[in-house]
Design a protein around this ligand. Structure first.
Ligand SMILES: *Cc1c(COP(=O)(O)O)cnc(C)c1O
Length: 370
């Protein structure tokens, strides 16, 4: 096969040739050309959220989790108290990184099969005035469920608490408008729905709180206040930037605009999701979440209940046909995940469905209700 394997994962994901080709150039990190590229990317990211008036955009080297960790370290004061609403693995991760850095942390763990509940949040916040910040995962990639961002933001604003949103897997695909909801920090990364390559995250920080964040971070490299101040002063990144990743992201952003921005990207991912759900349903495979809770980002499927089913063999067979699946992340039920995001469309998704059908057939796992 002369085409790259297609990544049906939530990042890294399949990128276009144009995006890959943008990396065939070396940039000087101090050079004005690269500074201009950084400035352009920062401005375009602010535009996606309509956040030029309300927020600053601080990029950070590393995978997405580095930026979540940096956002918590920078925004939550050392004597603050973070409440994490937990309905999945990435929620637990935010809680863990906050407690490891010594922030007082409460994790409200609930079912993975339902969105977090704004009314319950209101009750928790009224009960405990020491909670200064709320951590929310917008699309919980562990299952694919989307949490009610606007409602949660409304409760936080009304009760005067800060909100930190991990929008890693939803940013640029699901609509988020900074003019319509208030958040202190929102985190995303280059290698998710923008279809860039992995290697940098970025955090939108509310302008009204940026200056007050000085000195919060326990860590030099994770200090987004410092990263922002340095970048404003010099136009440069504080430490070695991921130059090729920034260049690829700039190219990916151009394609994002050409495609039609957030609405067009969402429509393509929704089309991918429909092909996937219908195709796998015809093979007898069911989603873990109820149909009305499925996101166009990533889907969790229950593994076939068949003695001959084995994820490793299933994965190997799909890979041999050019498609990379993703393991499940649930402890109670055996599942596997399939991403709908990346530079792919319904045609590639149909090919993926066909590959999955052949993989199951090859294992002797017959479709339950074809
Ligand atoms: C991908 C992702 C992250 C970041 O994961 P990394 O492996 O560190 O890039 C964080 N939160 C969510 C919801 C994600 O989907």
């Amino acid at each position: 096969m002369d085409r790259d394997n297609i990544l049906l994962t939530p990042g890294p994901l399949t990128t276009t040739l144009r995006t890959k080709l943008a990396m065939l150039k070396d940039w000087g990190s101090w050079d004005t050309d690269f500074n201009a590229l950084t400035a352009r990317v920062r401005g375009e990211l602010l535009d996606i959220l309509h956040a030029r008036d309300s927020h600053v955009l601080v990029p950070l080297q590393g995978s997405g989790t580095f930026s979540v960790e940096a956002a918590v370290a920078t925004v939550v004061p050392r004597d603050g108290h973070l409440l994490v609403l937990d309905n999945g693995a990435y929620c637990k991760r935010m809680g863990r990184l906050a407690s490891l850095m010594g922030r007082r942390t409460t994790i409200a763990s609930r079912s993975e099969e339902a969105p977090v509940d704004p009314q319950e949040l209101e009750r928790l916040l009224l009960e405990d005035p020491s909670i200064s910040h709320v951590g929310l995962i917008h699309c919980e990639t562990g299952t694919g469920i989307v949490n009610p961002l606007a409602e949660i933001a409304e409760v936080c604003e009304r009760l005067g608490r800060g909100l930190i949103v991990d929008a890693m897997s939803s940013f640029a695909a699901l609509p988020i408008d900074a003019r319509a909801l208030r958040f202190d920090a929102l985190i995303a990364a280059s290698g998710k729905c923008l279809e860039g390559v992995p290697g940098m995250g970025f955090v939108f920080i509310r302008k009204a709180i940026v200056d007050g964040c000085a000195g919060n971070s326990h860590s030099l490299a994770m200090d987004l206040h410092d990263q922002h101040a340095y970048m404003e002063r010099t136009g440069q990144w504080r430490f070695t930037p991921p130059t090729h990743v920034v260049a690829a992201l700039a190219e990916a952003l151009s394609q994002y605009r050409e495609e039609g921005g957030q609405a067009a990207r969402l429509a393509r991912y929704q089309a991918n999701q429909r092909v996937l759900v219908e195709g796998l349903a015809a093979l007898g495979l069911q989603t873990f979440l109820k149909p009305e809770l499925l996101s166009p980002i990533i889907l969790t499927f229950r593994a076939p209940e068949h003695a001959d089913y084995d994820f490793k063999a299933f994965y190997a067979s799909a890979k041999a046909q050019g498609f990379m699946l993703y393991p499940g992340k649930l402890t109670e039920v055996e599942t596997f995940r399939v991403g709908c995001i990346g530079a792919i469309g319904p045609k590639e998704m149909q090919q993926a469905v066909d590959a999955i059908a052949r993989a199951l057939q090859g294992m002797g796992v017959r479709a339950a209700a074809a």
